[in-house]
Design a protein around this ligand. Structure first.
Ligand SMILES: [Zn+2]
Length: 187
């Protein structure tokens, strides 16, 4: 279908078997490897937009083309057609922020992971989705008890309230691929 994506960043260590993930409105979200792509596909949350024509995996009985582009299928969560906000929790903040420091994009792990109140609590800042971001220790120390302005720091994106659909999809794509399904890569 000829989606052109000139500027989208490939995943680290990615290769030409990667699958591009689009949102329900065809917005490029990220690249995933073929395992994640199949995980998402079999979860029923995405549809395949395009396949790699020359790349396959096979099971005992079947051969599957690896998707080159997949797209989330919009899910209606309730009668009004609007999705629910995700639960405000540490794990979900990290998922919303893609596991990255929201000041310097450092990948966060247990050792360097903190939260930052964008407007400090001492200045009336609240503990909610709009005022909390994932942050590395270094940036947190650098910012200290200051506002963005006085610390001359800048967020990589505006914090927002994610819906439960987004958080669910982000959490499912982080799960390890079930090798016991018996897939292996055809070289
Ligand atoms: Zn940082």
């Amino acid at each position: 279908m000829g989606v052109i994506l000139p500027t989208y960043r490939r995943r680290e260590g990615g290769d030409d078997m990667d699958t591009l993930v689009l949102s329900a409105v065809y917005q490029p979200m990220r690249y995933v490897d073929w395992k994640e792509a199949f995980c998402l596909w079999f979860s029923g949350r995405v549809e395949v937009v395009e396949f790699h024509t020359d790349k396959f995996i096979n099971t005992v009985s079947e051969k599957f083309n690896i998707p080159s582009i997949i797209r989330f299928i919009k899910r209606v969560n309730n009668k009004s057609g609007k999705s629910k906000s995700a639960k405000f929790s540490r794990a979900n903040i990290l998922l919303r922020d893609n596991g990255e420091c929201q000041y310097c994009r450092t990948k966060l792990d247990k050792k360097n992971f903190t939260f930052d109140h964008i407007i400090p609590v001492s200045q009336g800042g609240k503990t909610n989705w709009k005022n909390i971001v994932s942050c590395c220790k270094e940036c947190n120390q650098k910012k200290g008890n200051r506002t963005l302005l006085s610390a001359s720091m800048r967020l990589i994106k505006e914090p927002y309230v994610p819906d439960s659909y987004e958080i669910y999809n982000k959490s499912i794509s982080k799960r390890p691929f079930p090798e016991e399904l018996g897939f292996r890569l055809l070289q």
